[in-house]
Design a protein around this ligand. Structure first.
Ligand SMILES: [Zn+2]
Length: 297
């Protein structure tokens, strides 16, 4: 545990550029004013110390509250837990039992939010995606379509939809890899979610995935520029409808490598992207055909 005051004493200048260090209290971060390097983050604010409060000013200064309200906590309520071990009276024992029995709704949301946070952490998803996925889940809960369905399957479907909706490049397989649920169930949940909530089904833009796959294949930025030129006309014409964007990624990567004579095999590309070589070849042919059409016209 480190406090803000302790840290600012420890380091007086930036370790990278020897610039002046500034403290952003609202975010709990210590940053360099010159290069923007974050030196410390998530620091505790211990300035609100002191027990006794005498007047209004004191109250503002010393008031301390619990953790900030988060939409990811089910019910957003403070939950008081009664310790069973210290209750001896039979009447109170019954009260404790009722207290510890969560309703189906809160237990369901609790399981979903825990799973959501776990998957989000493993996939390094941004916070706004988690918030959107959870609000989607709550919406689904209200319609009562969740009865008899897998909680984890549904929350996984919500995560997948939110990633797609906000253009976060995470593939279905990646998300699926983090859950113990089978592909069939998640797909079923996703279809129900989209149908019941009247959600817009969006096509993932294959261009979003390119920087990641290119980095995994150790390709330079020049390749990315070529791929953009290959894919952009197809994106403009909306030719990706209903097809897996990963296939086009693989096809375009192979195409660009061939133009640059890099000698990267279809096998390597298809392994990194996560599609079969057959898909790669057919998408490559489609891209080739499209480029030919553009150049002839
Ligand atoms: Zn610096």
């Amino acid at each position: 545990m480190t406090s803000i005051t302790e840290n600012s004493v420890k380091l007086e200048m930036c370790p990278e550029c020897y610039g002046k260090i500034i403290l952003i209290k609202e975010k709990g971060e210590t940053v360099c004013s010159q290069c923007g390097l974050i030196i410390y983050e998530r620091q505790f604010d211990l300035s609100h110390k002191g027990i006794k409060i005498f007047n209004k000013d004191d109250r503002i200064k010393k008031e301390r509250l619990g953790t900030p309200i988060s939409p990811l906590i089910p019910d957003i309520t403070l939950y008081t837990y009664i310790d069973k071990n210290y209750i001896y009276h039979s009447e109170f024992k019954r009260a404790v039992r009722r207290d510890s029995n969560l309703t189906w709704r809160s237990r369901n949301l609790l399981i979903a939010s825990n799973e959501l946070k776990r998957i989000g952490h493993n996939l390094n998803l941004p916070r706004f995606i988690l918030i959107e996925a959870f609000s989607l889940y709550k919406k689904a809960f209200k319609t009562k379509m969740l009865k008899g369905r897998s909680i984890i399957g549904m929350i996984t479907a919500c995560i997948y939809y939110s990633c797609k909706n906000k253009s976060i490049p995470r593939t279905f397989q990646e998300i699926l890899h983090e859950t113990p649920i089978t592909e069939k169930i998640v797909k079923k949940c996703y279809n129900i979610l989209v149908r019941e909530l009247n959600l817009k089904v969006l096509n993932a833009n294959p261009m979003l995935f390119i920087p990641r796959f290119a980095a995994e294949l150790n390709l330079g930025f020049d390749i990315e520029i070529i791929i953009r030129k290959i894919l952009q006309p197809m994106i403009n014409k909306n030719l990706f409808c209903g097809k897996d964007p990963k296939g086009f990624c693989a096809g375009a990567l192979y195409f660009a490598c061939k133009i640059k004579n890099l000698g990267i095999s279809q096998k390597e590309i298809s392994k990194v992207v996560g599609v079969t070589e057959v898909t790669l070849r057919s998408r490559y042919k489609e891209l080739l055909q499209n480029i030919k059409l553009i150049t002839y016209n």
